[in-house]
Design a protein around this ligand. Structure first.
Ligand SMILES: Nc1ncnc2c1ncn2[C@@H]1O[C@H](COP(=O)(O)OP(=O)(O)OP(=O)(O)O)[C@@H](O)[C@H]1O
Ligand SMILES: [Mg+2]
Length: 274
């Protein structure tokens, strides 16, 4: 059994991709899944969320896109969360992909897969060529979105381009899961957008989401996942739900069997917005 690879992607910026990468990884690690976060955004946010960044001149997540044939295992950093490793971004990556092979990330990840149960790719917004490489390496896609009309448009656009890209390259279309972020259901607009997402994509493509919570930015400021900053924060609780849904939706399996833990992961109560 090797790792499942999931892209966390949305062509729209600021929808919660990096926050999802950090916190889903941390929640699953707490359930003894072994997780690698590959930070493909030169902003380096998901690495920074764990207090990690690549040092200048060291191997990093962008190396395969620049045609550098190196074993990425040497670039992996251990985070303070047991069971979460990070492949940090090249903060000077300028978006120019010099390796023309769209399977370059898929190939570079192969040697890492036996070491993990799940590899999460934090994909930058509006980076078409990089996104293609990430999708080619992935078994599925998590699409975090805000529940506003522009967010809805962003998901629709992403889903359309995902399908046409996969067709164009003769690749299988994988499942995706839409995760609402920064939820505030006091707003009628948000309720309406949630309804439209469900109607457009079907309830099976929706997973639980995360309510607006100041603990998210506080945790980032401390370079920690929310669960470590404030275990009882509602965002920590919500990310546990998202993590559980990701496990179910994409059949992620922990290498060793932890029946008690697994019971906990599957035992989440459905939250009111789903
Ligand atoms: N549940 C939440 N409650 C409050 N703030 C949140 C929540 N989720 C995310 N945020 C905030 O929203 C902002 C955007 O989140 P994030 O950086 O994860 O998005 P992104 O999609 O990775 O952005 P980019 O497209 O720039 O990579 C951040 O300031 C983050 O702290
Ligand atoms: Mg980001």
């Amino acid at each position: 059994m090797t790792a499942r690879v999931l892209s966390i992607a949305n062509c729209k910026g600021g929808t919660g991709k990096s926050t999802t990468a950090v916190n889903v990884a941390a929640e699953l690690a707490a359930e003894h899944f072994r997780v690698l976060v590959m930070d493909l955004d030169p902003q380096g946010h998901s690495g920074l969320g764990f207090g990690l960044a690549a040092r200048l001149g060291q191997a990093n997540a962008h190396a395969p896109l620049l045609g550098r044939r190196m074993d990425l295992r040497g670039a992996v950093l251990r985070s303070e969360e047991d069971e979460v490793d990070v492949l940090p971004a090249d903060r000077s990556f300028d978006g120019q992909i010099t390796n023309k092979g769209i399977r370059c990330l898929a190939e570079a990840l192969e040697p890492l897969k036996p070491d993990y149960d799940l590899i999460l790719l934090d994909v930058p917004p509006a980076a078409a060529a990089l996104t293609v490489c990430a999708l080619m390496a992935s078994d599925g896609v998590i699409i975090p979105t805000t529940l506003d009309p522009l967010g809805l448009e962003g998901v629709r656009q992403f889903a359309r381009s995902y399908h046409s890209l996969m067709l164009q390259h003769g690749a299988a279309v994988r499942g995706f899961a839409i995760a609402p972020m920064r939820i505030d259901l006091r707003s009628n607009v948000e309720k309406d957008v949630l309804g439209q997402l469900r109607t457009s994509f079907g309830p099976g493509q929706m997973i639980r989401g995360v309510r607006t919570d100041i603990a998210v930015s506080e945790a980032f400021a401390r370079r920690q996942p929310v669960r470590r900053h404030r275990a009882r924060a509602r965002a920590a609780e919500d990310f546990r739900g998202v993590a559980a849904d990701v496990v179910r939706r994409f059949s992620v399996e922990a290498r060793e069997s932890f029946p008690v833990m697994r019971g906990r992961v599957e035992g989440f109560v459905r939250t009111p917005w789903m």
